[in-house]
Every structure is written in C-alpha cells, then in structure tokens.
Design a protein around this ligand. Structure first.
Ligand SMILES: C[S@@+](CC[C@H](N)C(=O)[O-])C[C@H]1O[C@@H](n2cnc3c(N)ncnc32)[C@H](O)[C@@H]1O
Length: 201
C-alpha cells in the first residue's frame, strides 16, 4: 500500500495524492447499475450536479441519455482523471470547484451522491446537508448511494440510518431506500440506493 503524506480529507491535497498514486479504492470503474436504471426510468431529462465527482463515469452516461450534467471536484488530480474519462467533448462539464462555493447557472433538478458524504469527516455532515438543501428547490431530488457503517476511522466515514434520517429529514423526504446489488468491495453490504425529495420551506 502507498505511503501517504496527507491525512486530512478536507484538503484537495489529500485526494490529489491518492489520485496521483492511483490509490482509489472507492472507484466503481463505471456507472453503477441502479443509477443507470434511474436515468433510464426518468420521465424527462434532468439537470444534474455530481459533487466530488472523482472519475465521473456517470457524467457521460447522463449526457448520452439527454441529460444536462455538471461534475465538480476540488482536487485538480481528480478533475484531470475525470476529463480523461469523459473525453474532450465533455471536458468542459468537469469543473474544478469546491462544493461549498460552487454556484449553479441554472436551477438543478437533481444532485447525485456517491462516496462524497462519506469522504467528509463526520463533523462536516450538517454543512453538506445544508448545502444540498440550499442548491435544490422544493421537489428537486437528491439521489444516490449512501454508506452505512459505524467504524470510527475513515474515509469512508459511514453513517447510521438514524443519523441520516436526522440529518436529512429537516430538508428532504425519503422516497426510495433499496439494497445495492453491484457494490465494490469497500462498500459491499453497507450501501443503499436512496432517493430523497426536497421539502418545501
Ligand atoms: C471518495 S472520492 C469519490 C469520488 C466519486 N464520487 C466516486 O464515486 O468515485 C471523494 C471525492 O470528493 C472530492 N471532494 C472532497 N471534498 C470536496 C469538496 N469540498 N468540494 C469538491 N470536491 C470534494 C475529492 O476530491 C474526491 O475526488
């Protein structure tokens, strides 16, 4: 295993170092199945944000399905990796930005979550949830994969069902909560596909 200099996942340097050393155990290597189905089942194309996109496999799939999507990551090495994955034609849709500062140019229909909340120290969760809520108007959705685990060390930093409910229920209503069938090793048996709808107010 690589020997890492950076230990603080709140810093872009932490993620740069891991992308540079090609140590990315969270990387699915493609588009997860339940997201594919969700995109295919969508009655209309959506405008989607992918925060902390990493390799951003999902971006091309969304575009090919007629969606408008933007992928953001604050790690220059992650952005470089994503631009290779998405290709020259879509490279402009991968933006180097901090999730807490990035501003949409048009209203979002959806935020896609995968391995972003669990990349943050637990103390930052309330900030993430508040920012999700700020970026989505009532009726817009937060959908993706949530990691459930109580192990103290991370990333990934897991959450319990009760904690997630407490975190999101002030802003969101849970519409779908399902087991995941194609998890990679680090998340196997511990992640669920969830769709949350932004509440009014
Ligand atoms: C565990 S990786 C997951 C990447 C991707 N979502 C995936 O499923 O493969 C977490 C990513 O979030 C990014 N990240 C962490 N904090 C961020 C922030 N405040 N703003 C933007 N990106 C951030 C990291 O650079 C890293 O690429």
């Amino acid at each position: 295993m690589a020997d890492f200099q950076t230990r603080d996942p709140r810093s872009p340097a932490f993620w740069d170092e891991r992308f540079d050393k090609q140590f990315t155990p969270w990387d699915h290597g493609g588009v997860p199945a339940r997201l594919r189905q969700f995109v295919q089942d969508s009655p209309a194309p959506l405008r989607c944000l992918i925060p902390g996109c990493g390799s951003a496999y999902e971006l091309v799939f969304m575009f090919d399905s007629g969606w408008d999507a933007t992928a953001i990551d604050f790690s220059p090495a992650a952005v470089a990796a994503a631009r290779i994955v998405v290709g020259e034609r879509r490279a402009g849709q991968v933006v180097e930005a901090d999730f807490f500062a990035w501003q949409p140019t048009a209203p979002l229909d959806l935020i896609y979550e995968r391995a972003f909340l669990c990349a943050m120290p637990r103390a930052m969760r309330a900030q993430v949830a508040a920012r999700w809520a700020q970026l989505l108007a009532p009726g817009a959705m937060l959908a993706g994969y949530f990691f459930f685990d109580e192990h103290a060390k991370g990333p990934p930093f897991g959450i319990t069902h009760e904690q997630l409910q407490e975190l999101l229920s002030p802003y969101f209503e849970c519409l779908i909560d399902e087991a995941v069938t194609d998890s990679i090793a680090v998340f196997a048996g511990k992640e669920r596909w969830m769709v949350w709808s932004r509440r009014a107010g």
